[in-house]
Design a protein. Structure first.
Length: 275
């Protein structure tokens, strides 16, 4: 999953692709590099960020979603707003990627009626305050229990389980210890029985490990992506598509994909599932 942020303030590439023209140019480059799916975002959810209006988010993303869908590119939209979800689905999005796990009133209905895939992410707090002092009794079990409850809520809303994906939410209301513990035990999320999406690309947890600034975290991002893949992640959300695909190609040449993810059979996922 390649990342396309149409925002002025995203943590990694805020402002670089804020226009429709630049966003589309970047999106098609990611497809050429091997992205199976593009995640389009019109509102930053980095720590300390503030929300934007429905109208502004729609203005940023809908022309891009429509243009990509018209070129048969699989598009996910990173949003929590039901109004944006409905408009994005109408424009051709095949997936909703929600950092609030469809908890805003109307979100469950938007996805159920839209017939698309949805990713439920865990976040403690809100982007504006989530990194102030996150607390858990057991971060792995607490996050897993939350995702299990949200999966139950989606089923109750009439969304088929085969259209659900989960994301433990690295960096969203987690400190460094929490993030490392989640990555170390990532395979424990497989028994939720749905595919797992992991977004570790260029995140501050990698900078804390390596001392590298945000523009020099590609090697660390690839290492984290490989660990996530080995532990059963079905979708890797990344900024550096070609580098990540090359690393996965080497891994797959050495280790048969089936044996490498033998415990992830219940979470098998391909992009065709989204159609």
């Amino acid at each position: 999953m390649g990342v396309v942020n149409i925002t002025p303030d995203s943590f990694s590439d805020g402002g670089l692709f804020a226009s429709t023209e630049h966003a589309l140019s970047h999106a098609f480059r990611l497809v050429e590099e091997g992205a199976d799916l593009l995640d389009i975002g019109g509102e930053s959810t980095r720590p300390g960020s503030t929300p934007v209006s429905v109208e502004e988010e729609l203005r940023r993303i809908i022309p891009v979603v429509e243009a990509l869908a018209n070129q048969n590119v699989q598009v996910s939209v990173d949003t929590s707003k039901p109004e944006v979800m409905r408009a994005a689905i109408a424009a051709g999005a095949v997936m909703i990627n929600d950092v609030r796990a469809l908890q805003i009133p109307g979100a469950l209905e938007a996805v159920a009626e839209g017939g698309v895939t949805a990713c439920l992410m865990h976040m403690q707090g809100e982007p504006a305050n989530m990194q102030v002092n996150p607390q858990y009794d057991d971060v792995v079990q607490d996050v897993k229990a939350f995702l299990k409850r949200r999966l139950e809520a989606t089923q109750a809303a009439g969304i088929p389980r085969e259209r659900m994906v989960v994301d433990p939410g690295f960096g969203f209301g987690k400190n460094q210890v929490h993030n490392i513990e989640l990555l170390r035990h990532l395979d424990q999320f497989l028994d939720l029985g749905v595919p797992m999406l992991v977004g570790l690309s260029r995140k501050s947890m990698l900078g804390k490990i390596t001392g590298s600034d945000i523009n020099n975290r590609i090697p660390a991002s690839i290492a984290a992506a490989l660990i996530a893949a080995m532990k059963g992640a079905a979708i890797l959300r990344v900024h550096d598509v070609r580098a990540t695909r090359d690393a996965l190609a080497v891994y797959n040449a050495v280790y048969d994909r089936g044996s490498a993810r033998e415990n992830a059979s219940s979470a098998h996922f391909t992009v065709e599932t989204l159609s």
